[in-house]
Every structure is written in structure tokens, then in C-alpha cells.
Design a binder for this molecule. Structure first.
Ligand code: G6P
Ligand code: MG
Length: 220
């Protein structure tokens, strides 16, 4: 592939490292309930909605809670998470990402965000990226969480791009699956261990140019 129609980026773990703040807030909540989990289980929480995450945590020990209690716990976790991300600033954008986005813009390739998070707009504001992305589809705009492809399909529609010619960048296994389910070109950002189903896995954006990436994809 020489030039895609568009590129859609997941936010958490791709543009900025917020995954650890999610992990710590969920772990703190789980521990308050007497449930423990580690990094391996946390991989299953990446990319999925707040609701789905708490369901997965409660399922760890077969816990059933009334709806109001589930709501209260989600709010508690979100409060801790929001406190943890409140200091984010443009410097926190992951290394190599600004240069990569800049070249895509120079090449006139439309770019968008496809995130499950209902906090995405806050993060975009903190990072001052509002003028960078043409389209932002986040957790407030979708009904079905990844691995459902809804978030990326809505993104592609808004960017006027054909999924088969649109690259999706994802750090979560559920996100790679969502991209594959929507017949996008999937690029996993992180480790092959969790993202092996992606069309291509890159460790990060450091030193990567769009041209190099497109060449790697077309060589596959
Ligand atoms: C992202 C993160 C998930 C998080 C989800 C919902 O996809 O990777 O860990 O659960 O967003 O985030 P929210 O900010 O709405 O709780
Ligand atoms: Mg992510």
C-alpha cells in the first residue's frame, strides 16, 4: 500500500500512556472489594468500556452486585482515574507520535481518534490535540465496545474512508480484534505477545515514518 485513505488512532496507550492510570484505579477498586488481579488480566481490560471492565472484574470471583452499587463503583473508579490524568499536558504525548501525525497531515491523509473512553475529550484537551484530529469518535458516541468495530466504522464513515484502505492503530487486543472485525488494516502498537492478530505490530512510533510503515504493510 502506498497511501491509505485515512488513519484512525486509539487514544489510551497509543497517543498517550494512560493505561497505567486505568490499571491502578481498577486494581484499587478491586482490592477494596477483596478481589485481586495483575497485569496479565489487565490486558483484557484495555480497550473495553468502563461497564464491561467492571463486569469482567466482578466475574473474577463470580460476584453479583445490585445495579446501583455497580454504578457507584464505576463512579468511584472514574474519580480516581480523573484525578490521575488531571496533570496531563502536551509533553505527555508519546515519543514519535507528534512527528508521525505531522507527516500524515503533510501527506493530506485524514486522521481520526477511535476510543472507547468517555474521558477521551478531556485527554484531547489536556494534550491540546483538538485541531489535530479531524474526527473524534469516543465512548460517548458508541453503543458497542471493542471488539465490536462500531467505533472504527463510525470513524471511517466520518472520514469518508473505505475500511479496507484505512489503518487502525491499537495497543489493545480487543482493539485489534475490533479493527479486524471491521476489515480495517490493523497495526498493533506494543508487544507481539498480545497483539499477534494485527496485520503488523510495531513497538512504538519512535523513529517510524508513515512512508516506512506503509512500505512494511505493502511488503507483507
Ligand atoms: C480505553 C481504555 C480502557 C478503558 C476505556 C473506557 O479504551 O483502554 O482501559 O476502560 O477506555 O474508559 P473510560 O474513560 O470511559 O472509563
Ligand atoms: Mg488503548
Amino acid at each position: 500500500m502506498l497511501k491509505p485513505d485515512a488513519c484512525i488512532f486509539d487514544l489510551d496507550g497509543v497517543i498517550v500512556e494512560t493505561s497505567d492510570a486505568h490499571f491502578k484505579a481498577w486494581r484499587r477498586l478491586a482490592e477494596s472489594l477483596g478481589i485481586s488481579f495483575g497485569e496479565e488480566f489487565n490486558e483484557q481490560l484495555k480497550g473495553v468500556s468502563r461497564r464491561k471492565s467492571i463486569e469482567k472484574i466482578l466475574a473474577l470471583d463470580g460476584r453479583k452486585l445490585p445495579e446501583e452499587e455497580i454504578q457507584r463503583l464505576m463512579d468511584k473508579k472514574n474519580g480516581w482515574y480523573q484525578d490521575a490524568i488531571a496533570e496531563l499536558a502536551p509533553d505527555d504525548i508519546l515519543e514519535g507520535v507528534p512527528e508521525f501525525l505531522e507527516v500524515l497531515q503533510e501527506m493530506e491523509i485524514p486522521i481520526g481518534i477511535g476510543s472507547s473512553s468517555k474521558n477521551a475529550q478531556y485527554i484531547i484537551d489536556y494534550l491540546q490535540l483538538n485541531d489535530t484530529f479531524e474526527v473524534i469518535i469516543d465512548g460517548t458516541k458508541v453503543e458497542n465496545t471493542k471488539p465490536d468495530p462500531e467505533v472504527f466504522l463510525k470513524g471511517a464513515k466520518a472520514l469518508n474512508s473505505d475500511p479496507s484502505k484505512t489503518i487502525v492503530f491499537e495497543d489493545a487486543a480487543s482493539g485489534v480484534e475490533a479493527a479486524n472485525n471491521g476489515r480495517f488494516i490493523s497495526v498493533g502498537v506494543g508487544s507481539e505477545e498480545y497483539l499477534g492478530d494485527a496485520d503488523l505490530v510495531i513497538p512504538d512510533f519512535i523513529g517510524l515514518t508513515p512512508e516506512k510503515l506503509f512500505k512494511k504493510l505493502s511488503d507483507k
